[in-house]
Design a protein around this ligand. Structure first.
Ligand code: NAD
Ligand code: LMR
Length: 342
């Protein structure tokens, strides 16, 4: 009961192994912002992964206790703590997957873009260190506004000469997790079977669930489509308001981020059947970055799935056109920020 579906999948025999052995703990994961609301439960979930041999926790404060606490769990990974800029480089050496939930969260009344001024600098600084110390790692950006922080990360990596667009991911898994949950509730479906792709970006109307592509195939009335779409788009705000000033989604986000980490590790390990939605460099639309389903492999994104954007409903086609100006502006804001920095 302790294992989520993301962990259960990792129990499959290792098809890439010549010996047919169970998956071995062999990957190194770093969390930057590990003492925070997302960082702590995310560290716990990753500590439970059979694929992880080392878990490096970095924050500007309070990370020693988190690491000491977690290190007592009798699971394979070794947990190490790193505090402050002088220890960041060591935290990142040899790491396969870097997860970045560092930064400030929203309070009621704020948009994700209101976090730009603080979080843009945090992400820029952290990604510079990633570029210097583990340029081959998969980079999972959680810090908001994702629609801008991912383009910032891309620019920083380009400036450092190590940008691999196949390995830079904006984490939008929580949108899929929410869509799956809300659709299963509404249509009385067995939760474990439901899969709704969510495309676009990660803020307000840029979050576009493709309900017409729900698996298993299910039909929605126009009213249901409208209600579900709006609920999925506002789900982050729903949590921000319920927390009433104490932050935004942390537990569901940790769950979603752990699923994305587990999927990345399975892909790195040679599983040929790993698909996730993520906000990535993309040529599926006229926007340079776009969230959609991608196939993950050992080298990062192995394939985009253009057919996912074909055969959309009229509602989805309109919503896709309507989200583009906002998403484009957020992307450009991120790029401009990174380019004007020395
Ligand atoms: P939090 O304030 O609880 O934790 C953030 C942590 O980051 C803190 O421990 C803080 O010390 C640390 N930090 C700050 N500056 C740092 C730096 N320069 N280097 C390393 N660590 C640093 O916030 P939270 O609830 O964990 O949220 C973190 C971020 O994730 C926010 O920007 C939030 O908007 C975003 N978020 C994204 C999604 C998503 O779906 N992508 C979902 C939820 C939250
Ligand atoms: C979310 O979707 O929960 C996060 O992006 C946090 C937020 O600010 O809503």
């Amino acid at each position: 009961a302790l294992r989520g579906s993301f962990a259960r999948k990792a129990q499959k025999p290792n098809q890439s192994s010549h010996h047919g052995l169970q998956l071995q703990a062999s990957y190194k994961v770093a969390i930057l912002g590990a003492a925070g609301g997302i960082g702590q439960p995310l560290a716990l979930l990753i500590k439970m992964s059979p694929l992880v041999s080392a878990l490096n926790l970095y924050d500007i404060a309070n990370v020693k206790g988190v690491a000491a606490d977690l290190s007592h769990c009798n699971t394979p990974s070794q947990v190490l703590d790193f505090t402050g800029a002088s220890e960041l480089g060591n935290c990142l050496k040899g790491v396969n997957v870097v997860v970045i939930p560092a930064g400030v969260p929203r309070k009621p009344g704020m948009t994700r873009d209101d976090l730009f001024n603080i979080n843009a600098n945090i992400v820029k600084t952290l990604v510079e260190a990633v570029a210097d110390n583990c340029p081959d790692a998969f980079i999972h950006v959680i810090s908001n506004p994702v629609n801008s922080t991912v383009p910032i990360a891309a620019e920083v990596l380009k400036q450092k000469g190590v940008y691999d667009p196949k390995k830079l991911f904006g984490v939008t898994t929580l949108d899929v997790v929410r869509a799956n949950t809300f659709v299963a509730e509404k249509k009385n479906l067995k939760l474990i079977n439901v899969d709704v792709p969510v495309i676009g970006g990660h803020a307000g109307i840029t979050i576009l669930p493709l309900l017409s592509k729900t698996k298993p195939s299910v039909s929605f009335s126009d009213e249901e489509v409208e209600q579900l779409t709006i609920r999925i788009q506002n789900a982050g705000t729903e949590v921000v308001e319920a927390k009433a000033g104490a932050g935004s989604a942390t537990l569901s986000m940790a769950y979603a981020a752990a699923r994305f980490v587990e999927s990345s590790l399975r892909a790195l390990d040679g599983d040929g059947d790993v698909y996730e939605c993520s906000f990535v460099q993309s040529d599926l639309t006229d926007l340079p970055f776009f969230a959609s389903r991608v196939k993950l492999g050992r080298k990062g994104i192995e394939a985009m799935i253009p057919s996912d954007l074909q055969g959309l409903s009229e509602y989805e086609k309109k919503a896709l056109e309507a989200l583009k100006p906002e998403l484009k502006a957020s992307i450009e804001k991120g790029i401009a920020f990174a380019q004007k920095q020395p």
